[in-house]
Design a protein around this ligand. Structure first.
Ligand SMILES: *[C@@H]1O[C@H](CO)[C@@H](O)[C@H](O)[C@H]1NC(C)=O
Ligand SMILES: *[C@@H]1O[C@H](CO)[C@@H](O)[C@H](O)[C@H]1NC(C)=O
Ligand SMILES: *[C@@H]1O[C@H](CO)[C@@H](O)[C@H](O)[C@H]1NC(C)=O
Ligand SMILES: *[C@@H]1O[C@H](CO)[C@@H](O)[C@H](O)[C@H]1NC(C)=O
Ligand SMILES: *[C@@H]1O[C@H](CO)[C@@H](O)[C@H](O)[C@H]1NC(C)=O
Ligand SMILES: *[C@@H]1O[C@H](CO)[C@@H](O)[C@H](O)[C@H]1NC(C)=O
Ligand SMILES: *[C@@H]1O[C@H](CO)[C@@H](O)[C@H](O)[C@H]1NC(C)=O
Ligand SMILES: *[C@@H]1O[C@H](CO)[C@@H](O)[C@H](O)[C@H]1NC(C)=O
Ligand SMILES: *[C@@H]1O[C@H](CO)[C@@H](O)[C@H](O)[C@H]1NC(C)=O
Length: 893
């Protein structure tokens, strides 16, 4: 008896008739772009004002579809397209007036119309900002394909980009943006991609949009033989979803009294499990006969045979929307709206919307960097072809002349800008001062005029500045001159005939004649790359030795610069060096010990308002002293967000101490142990693993020569108050042999349980030894067990334990029971595989730390997007329901 009706993704196309009831509304919050059009026009059915795309994009060519497709039934907005034969990525920039943090509906439409006379249907990618939105795949020249998404942007602009994937030239017909009501269509994460939006009972071949729908959503009909349509001429009062009165004034109801319900079902494309949000709009539109007030309409709503909401009765002529705050996950859905046994009337449904969740995980470039580079672009009127969309992201489409740093989940930053030979005129753009992470700036061989601005010396990370071959004048700012002199900036300013290096100008001009190729030597700045730092030290010591050997005869200009610099460097080093009495005061006479490690006891202290941890070294040989000095000096200059910062050190007789930033949340071992009442969840564990892996990766690849940690273990991974993890004690094993060892560099260092077995055999330490130790840490993270179990139910090495479990095929029991199975299984197995590869006996089977970082990030992505890899299943978690009882909406007339 019961019949089920299927509703599949509804493609909107021109064959549908639009019925319009004109109410005379403005188009506030609308952006309507007729891509490729030569003039603005107003759609004479909807009254929507379409503009040309002049203000939204710089690239592409305007084309007209072939006559045969340009029929008089076709809306004018489809007769032109903008096509993108050049550049891989081309982006429209929409700037809605309300700006960021509002909800917008964005709709992109494509009609091929054989505009290029090739009769080949292109396929290309559509991006929303830095994330892929969908693939546009056209199958027919006259079909209109539409993509629609509800999105809350984090910036005041929205980029819609078309990306050539090698299967035809991308183009676009129409781009529309509509501002939605704040408190409707809210997701927990991600944006809402339209799956279906239907006005139940609308006549076939009709659609509803603006001006009936003030938000210009497009509603298509939903009706089947087994349903009757009921309607009213009265107007339904909208709620905050603003369902159009015309949409709400019709409803469907079973046409056979034996049918107790209205059923709708759908299957996701490709039968993949997805997150869905449903919005069911109801309003009672039948006026009950006053003489028969025993009439009731009461319904229950079931999703896949489970009660989702009910019983409830729709209100007379007032919209009510039933939706959930969490999505329903699955690939197949069956909704039933059934009458309750008490209900004298059959159920109704006025309208339904179905959306899938689109995760947009990639972060866009830091907003200050974007503003700065956009200002630079317009300041110089640059028309660089691929300078479209986000400057740094995704990394495959980074703008020419830019280099960016990508740091996991945080926004990319611009670290270098090369605009040499770009025909720049006018002065050096002030906006450059806002590129605060920039390390390399090349403005050479342009026609820049004016003075060299002082802010260039304020950029904290600037290491290379090339201004040669311009028309700059005036005097070089003192700060910049000093920085180049003390080698923290490599400055090139030749071929600027009117530029003086220092005041007074006269003297410098003289000097310049003596050195036509004025290049101030490079040296890394504090906080910069380890590689440069080491190179610089090498040069420094190399030069010093050379100088001594040759009795000072090698004094060239470069050498002179270096000798000038020496005192300053020593000055700087002194500031990082503390006296023992200072240490006593910082630690309040060592009144609080916070830990004990291989190298000594760690004390808590305060240094200028900052919390610090002071590690007092128990070892004190003369050899250690020498190593200590060199190493400590070096380590104060290693900076990475996942390495604990060495603030300074103390070196006074036998008293040697290291002052670190304080990590308030203890070490990873404690967090994983039973002693911790609130164990880390799987996502937190993965984030800690990524942080620690990044720190180690930096030691291996960011430092030249590479630094091997030698003592990677869970007690050396420290957490701060935000649970950000940092690797501690790097560089120490080299400087400080374990107590009792006399051979500093040949002694076996490390901690039992984490030591690479290969190291015992070959006594040769490589990065792969750290990888092994890190693999042990990963196993601890997965299993919650210690590297070497110390009690009866946890004995043996964790690697052996995991192996024995796996050999029994008992993989379910590998994961830490304290996680209570709250994780994406695939994410756990993937990390387990990685950990096993890291702890492989065979060195060549162990991945590099870069690979480790990438793999763990994938594990995190799986965990974050659980539906990604879940088995396709028909089981649905019932989403939490919200009854949208807000009755009073904005007036629609
Ligand atoms: C729309 O306007 C154009 C010219 O402005 C006119 O030729 C056309 O007939 C109009 N179409 C309709 C359906 O009114
Ligand atoms: C964005 O809007 C939400 C809700 O309207 C508000 O809670 C949040 O603070 C806003 N965020 C920003 C950055 O304005
Ligand atoms: C759209 O294309 C599909 C597949 O080629 C075709 O079946 C359908 O009839 C087309 N629709 C319209 C409105 O042309
Ligand atoms: C929408 O949100 C913005 C920012 O959160 C706020 O300023 C504005 O007043 C809200 N509008 C309405 C109608 O609630
Ligand atoms: C809802 O009604 C339909 C059609 O009468 C029936 O097949 C289905 O079992 C009902 N569902 C529930 C949960 O009662
Ligand atoms: C409702 O009440 C009226 C009058 O009392 C009665 O005639 C009618 O049969 C009732 N209808 C139903 C569905 O019970
Ligand atoms: C049905 O109506 C009876 C009598 O009014 C009432 O006692 C009962 O609770 C109702 N059942 C439901 C499910 O509302
Ligand atoms: C730099 O950025 C700040 C804050 O974002 C802004 O107030 C300032 O005007 C900017 N400076 C320049 C020169 O663009
Ligand atoms: C550079 O600017 C000067 C003065 O504005 C002008 O005379 C000269 O032709 C320009 N040179 C180039 C290469 O544009």
């Amino acid at each position: 008896m019961a019949k089920l009706y299927f509703l599949f993704a509804i493609l909107l196309h021109g064959a549908l008739l639009l019925v319009v009831h004109v109410h005379g509304q403005d188009q506030q919050g609308f952006i309507s772009v007729d891509c490729g059009a030569s003039e603005d026009h107003t759609d004479n059915i909807t009254g929507i004002k379409y503009t040309t795309d002049d203000n939204y994009i710089d690239s592409g060519v305007s084309k007209t579809i072939l006559r045969e497709f340009n029929t008089r039934f076709l809306d004018k907005k489809y007769s032109n397209v903008r096509s993108f034969p050049e550049e891989t990525r081309n982006c429209y920039t929409l700037r809605p007036t309300a700006g960021k943090n509002h909800s917008y509906l964005i709709r992109a439409s494509f009609m091929y119309g054989n505009y290029d006379d090739k009769s080949q249907f292109p396929e290309f990618d559509l991006y929303l900002g830095v994330n892929k939105w969908n693939t546009v795949k056209l199958m027919d020249a006259s079909n209109i394909t539409t993509f629609e998404i509800i999105h809350v942007p984090q910036s005041d602009y929205i980029h819609v980009c078309l990306v050539n994937t090698g299967s035809g030239v991308p183009f676009i017909s129409v781009l529309e943006l509509r501002q939605l009501n704040n408190n409707s269509y809210i997701t927990q994460t991600g944006s809402l991609e339209l799956f279906a939006r239907s006005d139940c009972g609308l006549s076939p071949n009709e659609i509803v949009r603006y001006q009936d729908d003030t938000l210009d959503r497009i509603w298509s009909p939903l009706n089947f033989e087994a349903w009757d349509v009921i309607n009213t001429s009265s107007s339904v009062v909208p709620n905050n979803f603003l369902p159009p009165p015309t949409v709400m004034s019709t409803a469907i109801t079973p046409n056979n009294v034996d049918n107790t319900g209205v059923g709708i079902s759908w299957r996701s494309e490709g039968n993949v499990s997805k997150d869905f949000y449903l919005y069911l709009h109801f309003a009672e539109i039948v006026e009950f006969d006053e003489l028969q007030d025993n009439q009731t309409r009461e319904v229950n709503i079931f999703i896949n045979n489970e009660l989702w909401y009910g019983p409830f009765s729709p209100n007379y002529l007032r919209a009510i929307t039933i939706y959930s705050i969490t999505p329903a996950t699955g690939s197949y859905f069956e909704i039933w709206i059934n009458r309750t046994t008490n209900s004298t009337l059959l159920p109704i449904l006025n309208a339904i919307e179905i959306y899938t969740v689109k995760q947009l995980p990639n972060p866009q470039t830091d907003q200050n960097d974007v503003d700065a580079i956009m200002n630079i672009k317009s300041f110089y009127g640059l028309k660089l072809k691929n300078w479209q969309g986000d400057p740094c992201a995704p990394d495959t489409y980074v703008w020419n002349g830019l280099n960016c740093s990508y740091d996991g989940f945080s926004p990319p930053r611009i670290v270098s800008l090369n605009l040499s030979s770009s025909g720049l005129t006018a002065k050096i753009a002030p906006y450059i001062s806002n590129l605060t992470m920039i390390q390399t700036l090349d403005l050479s061989n342009n026609n820049l005029t004016g003075t060299v601005p002082d802010y260039l010396s304020q950029l904290p990370f600037l290491k290379t500045l090339n201004l040669q071959g311009n028309n700059l004048s005036g005097t070089l700012p003192v700060g910049l001159y000093e920085k180049s002199k003390n080698q923290s900036i490599l400055l090139s300013v030749e071929e600027n005939p009117n530029l003086c290096l220092t005041d007074p100008c006269q003297e410098k001009k003289q000097k310049k004649k003596n050195n036509d190729d004025f290049v101030v030597p490079v040296v890394a700045s504090v906080g910069g790359f380890m590689g440069l730092l080491l190179a610089a030290l090498a040069i420094y010591w190399g030069l010093k030795r050379k100088k001594q050997a040759a009795g000072g005869t090698t004094a060239t200009k470069v050498n002179a610069e270096f000798s000038d610099k020496k005192d300053e460097e020593l000055e700087m080093v002194k500031k990082q060096q503390f006296t023992y009495s200072e240490i006593l005061s910082v630690t309040n006479n060592f009144d609080r010990a916070v830990g004990k490690g291989g190298f000594g006891t760690v004390y808590y202290g305060h240094l200028n308002e900052n919390e610090v941890a002071i590690k007092m070294l128990s070892h004190s040989s003369a050899q250690g002293f020498k190593e200590f000095h060199a190493e400590a000096k070096l380590l104060t200059r290693v900076h990475h967000r996942n390495l604990t910062t060495l603030v300074g050190y103390c070196m006074e007789g036998p008293n040697m101490g290291l002052i670190y930033e304080y990590m308030s949340n203890g070490d990873l071992a404690w967090h994983l142990s039973d002693r911790n009442p609130h164990t880390l969840n799987w996502e937190e564990r993965l984030k800690v693993a990524i942080d620690a892996a990044q720190g180690l990766e930096y030691l291996h690849n960011g430092c030249k020569p590479p630094m091997i940690h030698r003592d990677v273990k869970s007690t050396n991974i420290l957490l701060n108050e935000k649970l950000q993890a940092k690797l501690a004690d790097f560089g120490l094993s080299r400087a400080f042999p374990a107590e009792g060892d006399s051979h500093a560099f040949t002694a076996v260092v490390g901690t039992p349980g984490y030591l690479d077995p290969e190291y015992y055999v070959s006594n040769r330490l490589t990065e792969k030894s750290d990888v092994f130790s890190f693999g042990v840490v990963l196993l601890e993270i997965i299993t919650g067990r210690q590297a070497i179990g110390k009690n009866s139910d946890q004995n043996g090495h964790v690697v052996e334990w995991v192996n024995s479990i796996l050999s029994k095929g008992d993989i379910q029991n590998v994961a830490d029971p304290r996680l209570q199975q709250e994780y994406d299984k695939n994410s756990v197995w993937k990390l387990l595989e990685l950990a096993m590869a890291c702890t492989s006996i065979n060195l060549t089977k162990r991945p590099t730390m870069s690979q480790v970082v990438t793999e763990i990030k994938q594990c995190l992505a799986m965990e974050m997007d659980k539906s990604f890899n879940n088995d396709v299943s028909e089981i649905i978690e019932l989403p939490e329901i919200i009854l949208n009882t807000e009755q009073e909406g904005p007036k629609s007339r």
